[in-house]
Design a protein around this ligand. Structure first.
Ligand code: NDP
Ligand code: OXD
Length: 314
């Protein structure tokens, strides 16, 4: 709780996103005093921080911080700060608008791969060569991560007739999607996935997951869609699998270093489609309502939704 006479105060970072967020946050919560890093005035005034990749140590310098709101759905950008205060709750941005756009991206890329567009695009040099096409029911789609984004993607794909299954930490089926868990479950899923979609959070357990041995477990000519985080993919292993034509195509939306440098080999690797981290973009008009509800809950001492489990890393 804060004194009734004082305005609740937010640190916002990065400054480059402030023009999109600050006006809508203020229209949802006019009493919120938003200070844009690094011009934050007295560090003791700050009650909540809304941040994306804040410089390490900044959050630790706020003695009265009550809540950290991630400006994104993923939170590895916060958890990697060695000075992150241990006792301040971290809330992820879970916005149905973003969930819908990620699921739309996944459906778009899965259909593209299912209809072999990644192969026909290479045939544009006057090569009239129809390829056999299977039905959606015969196309097995495996989804790594059946959380907010994986579940909605799975639901839409299942609605289109694809044979969808998934992998999560609990191994519990969700919304009628069969799930498996652990390394054995991952192998079982990979062996039955013609298209493998990664919607995992980046943690110590999931880094490099799309590398060997998983790539070899996939059936020949399988395809990958990665819209989790760049380090989920071992680029050397993926390039080798594409080179030996075991893997047929890959759609990559996220990268170790973004933007992907202009001379990165992935831009010209046959079978790879690069998209510039656009499966979802944060959407202030919807996101601000959700963030303000979290701030009000925090200031009133009510339970917070979408809390990060620091032990699990997501
Ligand atoms: P959630 O936290 O809702 O779901 C995470 C899922 O991953 C859960 O099903 C969880 O299992 C599973 N999981 C986590 N660790 C493991 C593990 N070691 N083994 C097996 N399963 C595991 O996350 P969201 O769906 O909201 O988001 C997922 C990620 O998508 C984000 O962290 C972010 O990196 C990325 N993202 C990318 C965007 C883009 O534009 N490309 C946009 C937004 C997000 P369980 O259900 O058992 O807990
Ligand atoms: C996110 C993202 O995590 O856009 O929100 O990647």
């Amino acid at each position: 709780m804060i004194a009734a006479t004082r305005r609740p105060t937010m640190l916002f970072s990065p400054a480059g996103s402030a023009a999109r967020w600050v006006p809508v946050l203020n229209s949802e919560m006019p009493e919120l005093d938003i200070r844009i890093w690094p011009d934050i005035g007295r560090a003791e005034d700050i009650d909540v921080a809304m941040v994306w990749k804040p410089p390490h140590g900044v959050l630790a310098s706020l003695p009265n911080l009550k809540m950290i709101q991630s400006l994104g759905t993923g939170v590895e950008h916060l958890l990697e700060d060695p000075a992150l205060p241990g006792d301040v709750p971290i809330v992820r941005l879970v916005d149905p608008y973003m969930t819908k756009t990620v699921a739309e991206y996944v459906v778009c890329q899965v259909i593209r791969l299912h209809r072999q567009e990644h192969l026909y695009v290479r045939q544009q040099q006057r090569d009239w060569r129809p390829r056999p096409q299977v039905n959606a029911e015969e196309r097995r789609v495996g989804i790594l991560g059946l959380g907010e984004l994986g579940r909605e993607s799975a639901r839409l794909l299942q609605g289109l007739g694809f044979a969808v299954s998934g992998w999560n930490r609990s191994g519990n089926s969700v919304d009628g999607i069969k799930a498996c868990r652990g390394p054995e479950g991952m192998r079982a899923l990979a062996e039955q996935s013609d298209i493998l979609v990664c919607l995992l959070p980046l943690t110590d357990d999931t880094k490099d997951i799309i590398g060997e041995p998983l790539l070899s477990w996939l059936p020949a000519n399988a395809c990958i869609v990665n819209c989790g985080r760049g380090p989920h993919v071992n680029v050397a292993d993926l390039s080798a699998a594409l080179e030996r034509k075991h893997t047929s195509g890959a759609v990559l939306d996220v990268f170790d270093v973004e933007p992907l440098s202009g001379d990165h080999p992935l831009w010209s690797t046959p079978g790879v489609l690069v998209t510039p981290h656009v499966a979802a973009q944060s959407n202030p008009p919807t996101g601000a309502k959700i963030v303000v509800e979290s701030i009000r809950a925090c200031l009133d001492g009510r339970p917070l939704a979408n809390l990060v489990n620091r032990g699990a890393g997501y």
